[in-house]
Design a binder for this molecule. Structure first.
Ligand SMILES: CC(C)(COP(=O)(O)OP(=O)(O)OC[C@H]1O[C@@H](n2cnc3c(N)ncnc32)[C@H](O)[C@@H]1OP(=O)(O)O)[C@@H](O)C(=O)NCCC(=O)NCCS
Length: 323
């Protein structure tokens, strides 16, 4: 059976690093409050010349280099983003053009913070369906552009950045020992859409809008939703939390990550945490964390890696990958 095997990961962060202390001069907040409530210590903020397309391109190039491939080897680009360069065309085609790729196909996916989990699952289906041989799956965001910088309850939480992985269709045995994507579970429930949304859009206000969130409501639902999809993935694969080598969750809030890991019975030392360094980079957070796990020598070939995310919509999902 065909499996979508992860060949490499790459990342790109804006030049400007903003520590919590710097925000103390902009809004009424404190490093202590942000760290205690979220675990975030710093985030990167894009300059005007750094966009979702440029960060995504750089992450894709890093992933290509790490795999020893060029764009000629790729036939699909899936970009997860909620902060596209333009309403249309898809930012994925801009990245395709920047990479100098004149064949194949590219498109954007929008599932907010779950975007990368949706995108890697989508690319897996194209590869297993035989429509593509190798894909770059990118999560790239410039959330700083859609923040209300006067709303201290949201602006301290998010950051900009991009991460990417390369997937390749390879023959597997059809067992849990195969490398590649082994199981996935996706969910959404639009009845929660007003708990985390952007108050503008082309078809309503004709503006871009800014992020609005009922933080406590999001928090209340997060752990239950995350654990539901993870348990579904465990059941599909016939494994338990003990079989996982690395848990790479969406990096929104350290308290949500800790509570999810605890409820699932995943040991702390198996959890890859980057929220302290990057803040919540929405669709970029999981691939950035994956890249960190690989670059620090923790995630290695053959490891069983569990990805999960939850975000606006609400959307949520989990993917199990043997690296
Ligand atoms: C946003 C979040 C950190 C707020 O933490 P909380 O413990 O729920 O805090 P509350 O919203 O109840 O606010 C507590 C107090 O802190 C204040 N506060 C809010 N933001 C603050 C900030 N940046 N600095 C200092 N104080 C702040 C509030 O005004 C409130 O003050 P009050 O009690 O005088 O009214 C938390 O709800 C959260 O992380 N939710 C999930 C958000 C998330 O992860 N979203 C993305 C999902 S993809």
């Amino acid at each position: 059976m065909i499996r979508s095997v992860v060949l490499s990961a790459g990342k790109s962060l804006p030049r400007r690093l903003v520590k919590n202390a710097e925000l103390e001069g902009v809004i009424e907040t404190s490093d202590a409050w942000i760290v205690q409530r979220t675990g975030i210590r710093q985030r990167y903020i894009a300059a005007d010349d750094e966009t979702t397309a440029s960060l995504g391109e750089a992450a894709a190039r890093a992933a290509l280099d790490a795999a020893g491939l060029t764009v000629d080897d790729i036939d699909l680009i899936v970009l997860a983003t909620s902060t596209p360069n333009n309403t249309f065309p898809a930012t994925a085609v801009e990245i395709q053009e920047r990479l100098g790729m004149r064949h194949g196909f590219a498109f954007d996916m929008q599932a907010v913070c779950s975007g990368f989990v949706y995108a890697i699952n989508t690319a897996d289906l194209y590869l297993r369906g035989g429509m593509a041989k190798r894909a770059i799956v990118i999560g790239s965001e410039t959330f700083s552009r859609i923040l209300d910088w006067e709303d201290r309850s949201t602006c301290v939480l998010f950051g900009d950045g991009a991460g990417a992985v390369i997937l390749e269709a390879q023959e597997g045995e059809g067992t849990i020992g195969d490398r590649g994507i082994l199981a996935a579970s996706l969910r959404s429930d639009g009845s929660h859409r007003e708990k985390l949304y952007v108050d503008g859009g082309p078809s309503t206000t004709r503006t871009v809008g800014v992020l609005r969130m009922e933080g406590r409501e999001v928090f209340k639902h997060a752990v239950g939703m995350i654990t539901d999809v993870v348990v579904s993935v465990f059941e599909q694969a016939g494994i338990t939390a003990d079989d996982i080598d690395w848990f790479v969750p969406h990096q929104a809030n350290k308290r949500i990550i800790d509570a999810s890991a605890k409820k699932l019975g995943i040991a702390d030392e198996k959890v890859v945490i980057t929220v302290d360094q990057h803040g919540n980079t929405s669709a970029a957070s999981v691939p950035l964390a994956l890249c960190e796990g690989v670059e620090t020598g923790r995630i290695k070939k053959g490891d069983l890696v569990l990805l999960e995310a939850m975000g606006g919509g609400f959307t949520w999902g989990a993917v199990l990958v043997r690296w």
